[in-house]
Design a protein around this ligand. Sequence first.
Ligand SMILES: Cc1cc2nc3c(=O)[nH]c(=O)nc-3n(C[C@H](O)[C@H](O)[C@H](O)COP(=O)(O)O)c2cc1C
Ligand SMILES: C=C(O[C@@H]1CC(C(=O)O)=C[C@@H](OP(=O)(O)O)[C@H]1O)C(=O)O
Length: 390
Amino acid sequence: MRYLTAGESHGSCLTAIVEGVPAGLKISESQINTDLARRQSGYGRGGRQKIEHDVVQVVSGVRFGRTTGAPVALIVRNRDWENWEERMAPFGGPPSDLKREVTPRPGHADLVGALKTDTDDCRNILERASARETAARVAAAGIAREFLADLGVEVFSYVTSIGDARFEEDDPLMRAPDYKPLAIETSEVRCPDEAATEAMKAAIDRAKEAGESLGGTFRVVATGLVPGVGGYATAGDRLTSRIGGALFSIPAVKGVEFGLGFEAARRPGSRVHDPIGLDPQAGFVRASNNAGGLEGGMTTGMPLIVTVAMKPIPTLMTPLSTVNLDTLEAEEASKERSDTCAVPACAVVAESEVAFVLAEAYLEKFGRDAMVDIKAALRAYRQRLKTMAR
Ligand SMILES: Cc1cc2nc3c(=O)[nH]c(=O)nc-3n(C[C@H](O)[C@H](O)[C@H](O)COP(=O)(O)O)c2cc1C
Ligand SMILES: C=C(O[C@@H]1CC(C(=O)O)=C[C@@H](OP(=O)(O)O)[C@H]1O)C(=O)O
């Protein structure tokens, strides 16, 4: 299962096509819309989110609420388009008052994209480098999430820091985070701890006041996984690389750690690796989950726990210096409407990326055509694992 998106930030709409979708999977538009709304939310978002109200339109591959096995095409319309129709027109000439973007923002794709593609208007770059595109990813991932949910796998996320405001978790080994979904989703920064939520909001307020921006960290967790999904035999099989790559595809993601992550490099082996035991009911079990649910590029059966770092938003209201592409003079970088912090939204996008990788890995292992066969294969596999532990 993989997706492809198209659409500019201020174009008429975003489009996604998901291919490799098995037949017979129940799809809920309202569930996708809930995820789209979660991606739009979060303290520190800018004015754009007051304009947009993202809803998905499923245009192919689903009939009477179930997938047919054909590619699923989805559309999310940009409400802001009506303010940009002339400036973003696919055909005809530019309007006479068009203001080109010639003061590239450090940290954004503006300068390097303009150099690479020989344009004198960074808008050609930023329209697509913009994380607006991630709305299409979240819509597309609705298919992957429904697929995983049908197989008992849930993917969620929560924010662990914004700037220097941190959520200090009780279980530093992160064996299996089990925060209440409501505690996460009712927090304006998607952090299950009230005091940390307030500290993060205050940090965002201070940053906004100072014309600054903030990044942060969050965790993505997947539960209900069976062991042995993914692969060890070739570089391309390993889920570590596939999940890492998928997360690094998200604009502004600059770090990914599995389980203990970098902390593992500071500890001796006996305090890192997860001892193996045998439980009469559960079969092979682990005393800890420092690996974060992956060994040898495969799921261990413990929760997958990935910590992700997002850099601060590049657009600054107190801008850094840049060079004007027309005059070649030093100038302040452009400061268009922007988010101050988008860590909570980024976490929802990251859930989507993880869901896609896991869905594809499950399809590899349990078949691709029809949900009924995939579920039967999963049941048979679980049964075989039980037999191996007896
Ligand atoms: C959900 C989300 C929202 C974002 N909002 C903004 C924004 O409002 N302004 C901005 O300059 N960058 C924003 N970014 C970050 C830029 O898109 C990103 O830094 C840019 O594409 C350059 O890519 P890089 O940071 O991976 O090098 C956002 C990123 C995400 C994931
Ligand atoms: C539109 C979204 O995020 C945008 C991501 C973004 C960027 O540069 O990445 C810049 C801003 O766009 P605008 O200039 O239109 O306000 C954000 O609002 C969204 O997430 O839906």
